[in-house]
Design a protein around this ligand. Structure first.
Ligand SMILES: Nc1ncnc2c1ncn2[C@@H]1O[C@H](COP(=O)(O)OP(=O)(O)OP(=O)(O)O)[C@@H](O)[C@H]1O
Length: 590
């Protein structure tokens, strides 16, 4: 089991503190938490009163006091009603606090993860093994629910323990034990009996049940592996179908499931052992307190049936509270794991933010046009992809970047976009302008075709006519009447069609600065030329930086930057670049 040491509590405090100390709803949260504690104390008080009630009620029955018995029935009704109201309210307020806390943490984590491209840098800089999606969707839910339940459960058990230990101590005075003609009392006799019984029972339960923690943990992991293997098939369904890899996949799934199956049998056997013990222990708990009180009942007649009932009930409360504390170690182990995962995730994000603050040597400045001064772009291992690059690009100008595969063209685009951390030099751009970067594989978000088209800038009220017109221009008029259709567009459209949609986006947003990283590579040459012609015609004031391999692209640019992949570069002018006018007559496919 993990250590509950200072480092753990420091980590825990880092996660807990922000909501309770600086969130806008901190006061509401504090009041609700105080109310939950008050309700809890109230419930312990009612349980205490009900335990006292046992004595009065059973004694009334034993002595055939009809009126007193009826009065006690009425009192019980009142106590039970109060208990139910308190229990239901306590659950309601706990759940309310849980979901509010989770909502706040989710927004915090999402913001930190999305800010400054952290989600991307975590992958580029880290080993990418952490699963942010799981941290944000599952671990935050478990964390808030476990933290509140453990805190409230422990608090309630400790108050119960104190209250009923006190009651048992007082009742112990009634129990006199006869021994060789003498009688004597043991101070706190019932308390010691309850403590010994509960500690003995829970320690044995823990001893038998301990392997279950690891087994359950493994079960979750095996299930996740099994599910993940099927998810991979879903993601790569086409490739697997083309390879006819079903047999291999089936073999793989069944191997994963065999782990689930075998581990579950281990859980069954271990649970059966635990059940033998805990059922016996539970049954014995009914009789044990009565057994230890019998001398007082039979020999000295110091207590009546009511006294026995009260002792049994108080005994049960003490035993329940102690068992909760001793057996909560298994939920504490899970909770520890959740806290560790969240802290690790938080630390990875903080590490990325720290690197962004201290190690981004590519300076970004505001200026009237795009200017690159002394830009060197490196790989994480220090290899230079481009060395000391200088160029300037004004609105309406067009630059093509060419070079061997793996030569650093995409990485240069990343550096211009401000998402590549390794390098130095300066990039100047108008700060108010929003450039648009089109990667080779367009990202199509989930949602309607309208959402796909207005991504990434969104639009308050998209002008459908403008969207249809853009679809028509890029040769995707067939989709013009499907703007409202919601589906996984990236699964149904070919890569070429997706690239056309990305060009439609450009026509819709009309960015002043456009970066195309092999954004038309999946199209045939005539279609690529038609789309470039369209850009030149429709967006004559837009500055364009393209990355591409085809020499036919040269005609659409005025300069060509050639990289050799070893850091060297040349900038060449292109003779007689095409104009939008010259290309207007090119037919648009589709
Ligand atoms: N996150 C990364 N960590 C380490 N190396 C990287 C990373 N991303 C890219 N590289 C390496 O950087 C080099 C340049 O990659 P880049 O994608 O910029 O090339 P490219 O010129 O665009 O290639 P292509 O024409 O094939 O698209 C490659 O050797 C690649 O393996």
């Amino acid at each position: 089991m993990q250590q509950f040491n200072r480092a753990f509590f420091r980590d825990l405090w880092q996660i807990i503190k922000p909501y309770w100390s600086r969130s806008p709803e901190r006061w509401l949260a504090r009041w609700v938490f105080a109310l939950i504690i008050a309700l809890n104390l109230f419930m312990v008080f009612i349980s205490y009163r009900i335990t006292q009630w046992y004595a009065v009620f059973w004694n009334a029955l034993q002595h055939f006091q009809v009126q007193a018995a009826w009065t006690q029935m009425a009192i019980f009704l009142g106590l039970a009603t109060l208990y139910i109201i308190a229990a239901v309210s306590q659950t309601f307020f706990t759940q309310m606090l849980e979901i509010r806390w989770r909502r706040w943490l989710t927004v915090e984590y999402l913001d930190a993860w999305l800010a400054r491209g952290t989600f991307y840098h975590m992958q580029v800089l880290g080993d990418g093994t952490d699963n942010p999606d799981q941290r944000i969707s599952e671990d935050l839910a478990s964390f808030t629910s476990m933290t509140l339940n453990i805190a409230i459960g422990l608090l309630s058990s400790i108050t119960t323990l104190f209250a009923f230990v006190f009651m048992l101590w007082e009742l112990s005075a009634l129990i006199t034990i006869p021994w060789q003609g003498h009688t004597f009392t043991i101070p706190g006799y019932l308390v010691w009996a309850a403590l010994i019984y509960a500690i003995f029972g829970t320690v044995i339960t823990a001893w038998i049940g301990k392997p279950l923690i690891q087994l359950n943990f493994n079960q979750e992991r095996y299930q996740a592996d099994f599910r993940f293997s099927m998810m991979r098939l879903r993601e790569n369904s086409e490739s697997v179908a083309l390879y006819r890899g079903e047999g291999e996949e089936r073999h793989h799934f069944l191997r994963r499931f065999a782990e689930v199956y075998a581990n579950y049998w281990r859980i069954i056997w271990r649970s059966m052992r635990l059940n033998w013990w805990s059922s016996g222990y539970g049954q014995a708990a009914i009789i044990f307190p009565i057994l230890v009180s019998l001398p007082a009942y039979f020999v000295n007649k110091a207590i009546g049936i009511g006294g026995l009932q009260q002792i049994a009930s108080a005994f049960g409360q003490v035993q329940g509270a102690l068992s909760f504390i001793v057996s909560s170690y298994s939920s504490l182990a899970n909770w520890h794991a959740v806290v560790d995962r969240l802290r690790f995730f938080q630390q990875s994000m903080e590490e990325v933010h720290r690197i962004q603050d201290n190690h981004y040597h590519i300076e970004r400045r505001d200026g009237p046009y795009l200017r690159v001064d002394g830009l060197t772009v490196r790989l994480p291992n220090g290899r230079e992809l481009v060395r000391d690059l200088d160029f300037a690009l004004r609105r309406g100008e067009r630059l093509l970047i060419m070079g061997p595969s793996g030569g650093g063209k995409s990485t240069l685009i990343r550096a211009l976009a401000g998402i590549w951390p390794f390098g130095d030099g300066r990039v100047t751009m108008p700060a108010g302008d929003r450039p648009l970067f089109l990667p080779q594989r367009p990202y199509l978000p989930m949602g309607s075709l309208r959402d796909v088209l207005v991504y990434p800038f969104g639009m308050a009220a998209p002008d459908d006519e403008r969207l249809r017109q853009a679809l028509h221009l890029v040769g995707m008029a067939t989709l013009a009447d499907q703007l409202d259709e919601v589906k996984l567009w990236s699964h149904t459209l070919s890569l070429g069609e997706q690239q056309r949609l990305a060009f439609a986006r450009v026509l819709i947003h009309r960015p002043p600065w456009l970066f195309l990283d092999e954004a038309s590579s999946a199209l045939d040459e005539p279609a690529e030329q038609a789309l470039y012609g369209l850009l030149l015609e429709q967006l004559p004031d837009t500055a364009i930086v393209s990355v591409g391999h085809r020499s036919s692209l040269l005609a659409f640019h005025e300069r060509c930057l050639r990289l050799d992949g070893r850091g060297n570069w040349t900038m060449e002018p292109i003779n007689a670049p095409a104009t939008g006018l010259a290309l207007r007559l090119q037919p648009h496919p589709g």
